[in-house]
Every structure is written in C-alpha cells, then in structure tokens.
Design a protein around this ligand. Structure first.
Ligand SMILES: [Zn+2]
Length: 275
C-alpha cells in the first residue's frame, strides 16, 4: 500500500479476508513498534484460524505496520526519521517516512474500517501485563461502543484513558485516529522484552472475563476492574531486569527508572535511544 507511486517505504504486509456475507469491517494492526513481536504472531495465528465461510463482514490484518523499525529492530522510533509512528497520526502524505506510513494506515485501513484494534506489547525494553485501553473521549456513542469492545476482548485489566486529543487532524495515536473519526477502537498490550511467549500471544483467551467496568469516578490511567490499580506512567519508563510475574526478594532491584526516550531530538543512529 504505497502512499504514492514509488514510495516503497510505506509498503505494508496486509491480509484482507472477506466473509461469506456482507457486514462491518474490523481492522487489527500489529507491529507499530519495532520489537513488539507477540501482536505480529497473534495476527498470523488469527489469519490461519479464520474461516471466511463462517465470517460475516471483512477482516483487515496489518501484520507489520512499521516495517522500517521492524527490520532495523529499533524500539519506539523509526531508524528513518527518529519518529514514533504512534505519535504522528493521522500522518501526512508528503511527510517523513513515519508520517507517510501513518497517512497510509489512516486512509487505507482506518477509513475503511468500522472498528479498529491496535495490538501492542511492551517494546524491546518493556514488560507489560495484558490490558486494554478504553479511550473515553471522541464523539458521542463511540466511547460506549469502545467499552463494549474492551469487555468483549476479554482482558482482565482495562485502563481508562480520558486524555486523548479530540482533533482528528492531530489525533496522534493510531486507535485515537479511528475514535476521532467516529469509529470505536481499542489499544491492546500483552507481552514485551522482544519475547514471543505463548502466554502473551494468547492472552485474550486465557484471562478471566471482565466482570464490570465503571464509567464514572475512575481517574485516568488507572485500571477500573476489581481491586487492582495499575498506574500507567507516561513519565519514567521501567527498564525491567526481571521476567514478568517473577518473584523478587525484598530489597532487590527489579528494574531501573530512566527518562523516556525523546524520539525527535537528536536522531539516534540507529535508534538506541536510552538503554
Ligand atoms: Zn507499541
């Protein structure tokens, strides 16, 4: 899917599955960040299991959204322009490579879909337990539909995010690009540290069902399910030194807090931003 003729850098590996009957279009995107492998494997697995004869509507699978970063194995940022693809939406057809990729995904995937799920995990430096982002901003009705998507996806932690931009021309994030265009969307996290573990790939099928999701009185960036509260900081980034769910003795270090990478200044070569 080139943004324009000859723009090979924006060519994306995509599968489109048309069901036997007409219906809505669901788009799933993986590989927005370079070392997030569990979403890529999950979509490949999904492709093999979907039976078009039993499908109503259309499924669009973007297997690797950020090929430059995937091929160079960079975290967060593209080696081409040092930009984070998930911070430049809706993109620009005449922009840098990351902006052109965002533009292609906006026009060719999001604009054609009724619902969007952007599947992530922790990048090569992060370990994230499975959770969904429920984004409550956007046009009326979209947040409620997004809530139903989060419940249906089945992960047992849901982060309520009330702070995404409302301007479709500055939507910044992939899933928020769908939401600002009136299409319910989710962002999913499961796995990380450049691993390809089965538990992270198959997380939606292994977690207990979500029981309730309050719509009022929940501060942003906290989980809304059960008694557990999971703070999602946008400030310090945890450089995990241990495996997820591993028991760490009291007093031992389990990770380091470091400044978040700044993708846009100055360009790293390659994007070994902060490790
Ligand atoms: Zn990501």
């Amino acid at each position: 899917m080139p943004a324009r003729a000859g723009d090979d850098g924006t060519t994306l590996p995509i599968s489109v599955i048309h069901g036997a009957g007409p219906g809505p279009v669901l788009a799933l995107t993986a590989g927005v960040h370079g070392q997030e492998y569990t979403p890529v494997l999950a979509l490949q697995r999904l492709l093999k299991t979907v039976d078009p004869k039993a499908l109503t509507g259309t499924l669009i699978l973007v297997h690797v959204s950020n090929m430059p970063s995937y091929l160079a194995r960079t975290i967060y940022c593209s080696p081409a322009d040092a930009k984070n693809l998930n911070r430049v939406f809706p993109g620009r057809a005449d922009g840098t490579l990351s902006e052109r990729i965002a533009d292609v995904i906006t026009r060719e995937v999001i604009d054609r879909a009724a619902h969007v799920v952007d599947v992530h995990c922790g990048d090569g430096n992060e370990s994230l337990r499975p959770y969904s982002y429920w984004i409550t901003s956007g046009p009326p009705g979209v947040a409620d539909a997004g809530k139903q998507m989060a419940l249906a996806f089945g992960l047992d932690h849901i982060v309520v995010d009330r702070e995404r931009p409302l301007d479709p021309k500055a939507s910044i994030y992939l899933s928020n690009t769908a939401i600002t265009r009136g299409k319910p969307a989710l962002t999913i996290e499961s796995g990380g540290m450049a691993r390809t573990d089965e538990a992270s790939i198959a997380a939606p099928h292994k977690t207990p069902p979500v029981r309730s999701l309050p719509t009022h009185g929940v501060p942003p960036y906290h989980t809304a399910v059960g008694a557990r509260v999971l703070a999602i900081g946008s400030t310090p980034v945890r450089d995990a030194m241990e495996r997820a769910a591993q028991l760490v003795p009291r007093g031992e270090n389990e990770g380091r807090l470091v400044s978040p990478p700044r993708c846009n200044s100055p360009p790293p070569q390659p994007c070994t931003v902060w490790l």
